[in-house]
Design a protein around this ligand. Structure first.
Ligand code: FE2
Length: 282
């Protein structure tokens, strides 16, 4: 396995809970992913499956469309996509919040982007001895209506014992302060897990585990990164992204990966069965 992170990068990951790897994916790879996402959205027939992703309101919680998406490719609308009468305010292609959650296993273009020795090398460097890719999301952060995602920790949604979930976040376009880049709290991955997203049959709920406050504005650091950058971050690292009020989209692609040596919680919303086995990066 190639050594994918330098000693400095590894030290930064351990100290800050994240590492930024510019130029990880090349422009043609980014273009292929964007084009494929466009095709998936073009083929998407919303029908009455109008599912809006919102972390503030937990509207998705009772949403079978969301809960059934762990081994599917499904499109989710932006919260602000609809007018008061429930009609789309702009074209469908400018109204989608994200596509999830098994792109990396079901779509050949996404599969190619999501695997390979370079990703395996990074995973190994950050301690994932047996990477298991649970989830992929193509995030649009649409111009004008791209919604805020408030402070959270990704381990809330992917609990393992011991904690192992690691996020691979790819900038498919330049991420800037104006179009809603990620913000992180360096070093705050050493704090507790604050919330747990629990699925019980077809119901989900958010439990509070620890009342430690979210980081203050002064502790938050924006990650303005060019297209092609990979940001790898620890599952306990608090992060958020602001709304996108700019005229430019901010497409990103994420993978959530656990270590097969750790026990994956039975209450996690996303489970897999033998029909679509979990895989690593190679
Ligand atoms: Fe997140």
């Amino acid at each position: 396995m190639p050594t994918a992170l330098s000693p400095d990068q590894l030290a930064q990951y351990r100290r800050d809970g994240f590492v930024v790897l510019p130029g990880f994916r090349r422009p043609p790879e980014l273009a292929a992913l964007r084009e494929r996402a466009e095709q998936i959205v073009a083929a998407f027939e919303p029908g009455d499956q109008v599912s809006i992703f919102s972390t503030h309101e937990q509207r998705r919680t009772a949403d079978a469309y969301f809960l059934g998406s762990g081994d599917q490719i499904r499109c989710f609308f932006e919260e602000e996509a609809f007018d008061a009468a429930g009609r789309l305010r702009q074209a469908k292609a400018r109204s989608i919040n994200k596509i999830g959650h098994a792109l990396h296993d079901l779509d050949p273009v996404f599969e190619a982007f999501s695997h390979g020795p370079e990703l395996a090398g990074v995973a190994s460097a950050v301690g994932l001895a047996q990477p298991r890719i649970w989830q992929s999301m193509y995030i649009f952060k649409q111009p004008g209506i791209g919604g805020e995602v408030g402070w959270h920790q990704d381990a809330t949604f992917f609990e393992t014992t011991p904690q192992s979930v690691t996020t691979f976040w790819f900038a498919l376009e330049d991420a800037t302060l104006k179009n809603g880049c990620l913000w992180v709290a360096p070093g705050a991955h050493r704090g507790p897990l604050r919330q747990r997203f629990v699925r019980q049959d077809d119901q989900v709920r958010m439990d509070t585990l620890d009342t430690t406050p979210w980081p203050s504005g002064a502790e938050a650091q924006p990650l303005e990164v060019p297209a092609g950058t990979l940001v790898v971050f620890h599952g306990l690292l608090p992060h958020y992204s602001a709304p996108n009020r700019s005229p430019h989209s901010r497409h990103a692609y994420t993978l959530h990966v656990t270590d097969g040596r750790a026990a994956y919680a039975a209450h996690n919303w996303l489970q897999r069965d033998a029909s679509l086995p979990l895989r690593g990066f190679v």
